[in-house]
Design a protein around this ligand. Structure first.
Ligand SMILES: [Cu+2]
Length: 336
């Protein structure tokens, strides 16, 4: 009896996040999305607060919080395929899934189904009372060995290349961010830029809606990254195993306590890309979303300075901040 109870409990726990997801979570309220300029302006100030404490010297304004584009970097209603991709491995992977694997699966399934139906009809007892005693046919045996081998080769070649690409180490000039999974939020630290860790918690429903962001996918502080520059994430867990996953960037990596996993990629273009923890990590596993805000490189530099960080190759923060004040646009209006 006790066993049954715990099984039911485990089942309910496993389903809880999924049930929460089934709601109208992803439906963005467009009417609200257009409105809250004031709310929006407050948000980057919040996110800046963390780092400003650490380095009060920098006084560069953070770029305004980017608006997500409906259907980009997030699931679309009724979508049954992979999300639109924004990294080179993502493009290859999606091509492989949509243009190679699915068609092959489809053709093979239909072919086998037709063969079975044909055999059942042609060799049924009524039409074929004396069964054939044939046990070998060299030609057919060669064909059904060689054809699957060719199919497997066709799959293996791009597959192995893609696998290798996914683990390609980042180049030396990559932007490094240490990502830490906690129960139940994320922490982001930029060791090379000298930006200390800040944490990222899920936005409550009213705030997400007011921001024009998808509830359950939108956190308060985003992971800000540059578009078009190589990125290296060092991923770890602080308590239990989490997984850092952003489907539209083809990123998924376990965050394991005591271990540093690495993921490198380059984001094609600026935008907001959403993801979630993808390793069951406890009661609020379904409520530790990820948002990557990919900025144009110049705006990313501006953001780094606004957080009191330093740019690669630049002198300590104070000097860099002074330069940036001269360079940084007052209001980066040309947003993508
Ligand atoms: Cu989790």
């Amino acid at each position: 009896m006790k066993k049954v109870k715990s099984l039911v409990l485990a089942g309910l726990l496993a389903l809880a996040p999924a049930m929460a997801m089934n709601g109208p979570a992803f439906a963005q309220d467009n009417a609200v999305a257009a409105a809250p300029a004031a709310d929006n302006a407050a948000a980057p100030a919040e996110s800046a607060a963390n780092a400003v404490e650490a380095a009060p010297a920098a006084k560069v304004a953070a770029p305004p919080r980017m608006k997500p584009t409906e259907g980009i970097g997030m699931p679309r209603p009724g979508e049954i395929t992979l999300q639109e991709q924004f990294t080179s491995t993502g493009h290859t992977a999606r091509w492989m899934h949509d243009k190679l694997l699915l068609p092959l699966c489809f053709i093979m399934s239909i072919f086998v189904l037709i063969l079975m139906l044909y055999a059942m009809w042609k060799f049924r007892a009524a039409a074929n009372p004396v069964p054939s005693k044939t046990s070998h046919n060299t030609l057919i045996e060669v064909i059904w060995t060689v054809v699957p081998v060719i199919i497997l080769l066709v799959i293996a070649v791009p597959s192995i290349g893609l696998l290798a690409d996914q683990y390609k180490p980042a180049p030396k000039d990559a932007v490094v961010v240490k990502v830490t999974g906690y129960q139940w939020y994320w922490g982001y630290e930029y060791p090379d830029a000298g930006i200390p860790e800040f944490v990222s918690n899920m936005l409550p429903e009213d705030k997400a809606k007011a921001n024009g962001e998808p509830y359950l996918l939108a956190p308060d502080n985003r992971l800000v990254l540059p578009a078009g520059r190589p990125i290296k994430l060092i991923i770890t867990g602080a308590d239990v195993i989490h997984a850092f996953a952003v489907p539209s960037l083809w990123v998924k990596m376990d965050a394991v306590p005591g271990r540093l996993n690495e993921k490198s990629f380059t984001i094609d273009k600026p935008g907001v890309y959403y993801g979630q923890c993808s390793e069951l990590c406890g009661a609020r596993h379904g409520f530790m979303p990820i948002a990557i805000e990919a900025l144009p490189p110049a705006e990313f530099d501006q953001w780094v300075l606004s957080q009191g960080g330093k740019l690669p190759g630049a002198a300590p923060a104070a000097t860099a901040a002074a330069t940036a004040q001269a360079v940084a646009p007052a209001a980066p209006a040309a947003k993508l």
